[in-house]
Design a protein. Sequence first.
Length: 157
Amino acid sequence: MKEVKGSYVLLVRLDIERSIPIGKLGYLPFPKAYYAYIGSAMNGFNARLARHLRAEKKLHWHIDYLLKKSEIDEIITCRSVEKLECYLAQALAGTFPSIPDFGSSDCKCRSHLFFANEKSRLKVKVAEAVSQIGLTCEVFSRPFNIDCISDGTFSDS
């Protein structure tokens, strides 16, 4: 069975303002907010999202450091054969503040992490950006349960 791939957005909640060490970026200030982290899973959603949801893991990506101090509230997936993460990052960059250089060390984007006081504002903007290119997204909420179901998608049922 072929693994379903594409780009995704982790909607992350940080309940208190704090300074968090983010790998080589050092300590960065994070306001109390909802965060949208944009990534890609071109080898498949299941393994990548399962890794993000695991509490115990080697800290490798910038998001790993933030997730040690925060909580994933929702996951938005967008199936595609092309990487859309930079397109989505640019769509959010015009509306929301970001954490500079976060998650974007392998591209020319200013950031792949954006924040707002209301999670719904982030979700609406992601949905708008995805629909503008003729694709759809799926939203998964807590409690998460990662299973390979018959079509190879990420499941939260």
